[in-house]
Design a protein around this ligand. Structure first.
Ligand code: ADP
Ligand code: MG
Length: 315
């Protein structure tokens, strides 16, 4: 008992803002505080390269040159874009990082309760097609085929950053850690007392911190995407930040949240966005392909847990 306490006391944690969200890193080794700083620097670097807002980011450069020329981008950005494109293929276009013009148009949580006209939606939708992303791996450059096209890595970059944080902490000898980058949880090892990590699954219709259940996991990532994070309701319709590239509108189905559990946070992040759009039935091949498990929560608070997770999930 004493030993357990002494080990728990070695916890050291940091909260920081990056990637447009609040992030949290907790490790269990006082001597390794440096590792947290290195991880935070890396997240900041990823944010600077992959932000859709920062004017000197790779994404901003790409959109400024859209329809005109190839642009050299950093290897990290290049590889993540390539991964996102693979994901688009695998999800039949449900996940599509050329979604940016639609994200701008809707401006969920930025323009109040603004619903664009059908004409505006169709205009933006014409610019959404991941097959217009051109990649040249020789020169590490990319281009967007048509003027006005732009990328948005908001559905995958937090996962990538979480994988990078884990890599850096592990390289620095950390054996036990809990990381949460704006809802992308990744863990290292087990808790210092040897028990699995406990990750609460948020009740989507209750205040933050109210859980529908708890997942016990070791060395896994848990990523949740919800339609109650950024949204507004107008004329009884719930408009939120996950957009369906087929309709140009926020996905309309009975899902309130989707959680993906696997080993790679980049995969889990892209998966949650895709699963949200595809719904539970059509998601199964994707889950199998990525050896991932999932939890689906619908608006009547029905919780569907895939087989591999049942043992690890407690209501
Ligand atoms: P969160 O940002 O809450 O973690 P997601 O991982 O699902 O949720 O990412 C949602 C973000 O991804 C949106 O804010 C937007 O920037 C972008 N996005 C929205 N719809 C799509 C889509 N169909 N494909 C790819 N990215 C999307
Ligand atoms: Mg996502």
């Amino acid at each position: 008992m004493m030993l357990k306490k002494a080990r728990m006391d070695k916890a050291i944690d940091k909260v920081f803002f990056a990637l447009g969200t609040i992030n949290y890193i907790k490790i269990f080794d006082f001597a390794k505080e440096d590792a947290i700083e290195k991880a935070i620097d890396r997240v900041t670097e990823i944010d600077n390269r992959m932000s859709a807002f920062k004017t000197e980011s790779d994404l901003s450069k790409l959109s400024r040159n859209s329809g005109e020329r190839f642009q050299n981008i950093h290897k990290d950005t290049f590889q993540l874009i390539r991964k996102a494109v693979e994901f688009s293929d695998l999800s039949n276009g449900a996940f599509d990082i050329t979604i940016r013009p639609l994200v701008e148009l809707w401006g969920i949580n930025k323009k109040g309760s603004f619903v664009p006209s059908e004409i505006e939606i169709q205009e933006a939708l014409r610019l959404v097609d991941y097959q217009d992303i051109q990649l040249d791996s020789e020169s590490l450059s990319a281009a967007l085929k048509n003027q006005g096209q732009a990328l948005d890595l908001g559905g995958i970059a937090k996962g990538y950053a979480a994988d990078e944080v884990k890599r850096i902490l592990v390289e620095n000898g950390i054996q036990s850690a809990m990381v949460n980058l704006g809802g992308n949880v990744i863990t290292i090892g087990s808790r210092p007392d040897g028990q699995p990590w406990q990750v609460g699954i948020q009740n989507p219709i209750a205040p933050t911190g109210n859980y529908l259940g708890v997942l016990s996991i070791t060395d896994k990532t848990v990523v949740t995407s919800g339609s109650n994070e950024r949204f507004f309701i107008k004329d009884g319709i719930h408009y939120h930040h996950i957009l369906d590239p087929r309709t140009g509108k926020p996905v309309q189905n009975s899902l309130l949240s989707v959680t993906a559990v696997c080993t790679c946070s980049t995969d889990a992040d892209a998966l949650t966005t895709a699963l949200f759009i595809l719904g539970p039935e059509k998601s199964m091949p994707l889950l199998q392909k990525f050896r991932a498990e999932a939890i689906f929560v619908t608006d009547d608070l029905t919780v569907t847990v895939t087989n591999g997770l049942i043992r690890h999930f407690k209501i």
